[in-house]
Design a protein around this ligand. Structure first.
Ligand code: AP5
Length: 215
């Protein structure tokens, strides 16, 4: 049976990092709702403007927009054999949308939550700066660039994500803790697998692969 691999976790837990690696290994597309919404927010339209405001404040985008987005993206051909969700679901409504969708698509859902201490998460996010040209990621606490504010690889300027500023990160955490209802719902169903995300990227990746291969 084809699979939907769902990576749940707080902002900065490493959902995107791990989803990318899993996509390379298993050949399933990575569907990052954050990346899709960031692209949509660049449009010079009322919807783009509204998304920019919501996201830069660290708030959650409405369930109706997310449902449409997920239906459309997962109906593409590349999702036929399976896909990886990074950042969806985040609310109980979205969890129900996913259940209906997976049932209709005849896919088994594997739910994994990556758990990381909040102090580490705060530094991962507020310290993250990305090269505007090549996308290389630095962190002022853990992996600073050699020259301040410029990329080691191509000398281009580094940029901080609007929602990685401390006040937005605090809001993102608050929104995340509001997802506790969804997490409890999954825990009670006995289907949620929790993994420690506080280890190096390759170690977390090995644990995740092990979990996936055992299903
Ligand atoms: P989204 O883009 O999903 O952001 P997020 O979950 O808040 O946070 P990140 O993507 O930054 O965290 P991540 O867990 O993917 O970690 P990453 O791998 O990047 O969402 C952005 C916004 O979009 C939301 O605030 C909301 O407005 C909206 N949105 C999205 N989905 C939505 C939904 N379903 N419903 C409503 N609204 C939605 O890693 C973070 C950093 O840590 C990186 O620098 C990375 O290099 C580093 N790192 C990763 N793993 C490790 C490790 N093991 N050790 C050391 N460093 C690590």
């Amino acid at each position: 049976m084809s699979k939907v691999i769902v990576i749940i976790g707080a902002p900065g837990a490493g959902k995107g990092t791990q989803a990318r690696l899993l996509s390379e290994k298993y050949g399933y597309p990575q569907i990052s709702t954050g990346d899709i919404l960031r692209a949509m927010s660049k449009a010079d339209t009322p919807q783009g403007q509204k998304l920019r405001e919501i996201m830069s404040a660290g708030k959650l985008v409405g369930d109706d927009i997310l449902a449409d987005l997920i239906f459309m993206r997962t109906s593409r051909d590349d999702c036929r054999d399976g896909y990886i969700l990074d950042g969806f679901p985040r609310t109980l409504n979205q969890a129900h949308t996913l259940e209906e969708l997976a049932e209709r698509q005849g896919k088994a859902v594997l739910l994994v939550r990556v758990v990381v201490n909040e102090d580490v998460l705060f530094k991962r996010l507020t310290g993250r700066w990305t090269c505007t040209k090549c996308g290389e990621i630095y962190n002022i606490y853990f992996r600073p660039s050699k020259g301040e504010g410029v990329c080691d690889l191509d000398g281009e300027p580094l940029r901080q994500r609007e929602d990685d500023k401390p006040e937005s990160v605090t809001h993102r955490f608050e929104e995340y803790w509001a997802t506790a209802t969804m997490i409890d719902y999954y825990k009670q169903s006995g289907r949620l697998i929790e993994v420690d995300g506080d280890s190096p990227v390759n170690v977390v990746f090995e644990i995740l692969c092990d979990v996936i291969d055992r299903q």
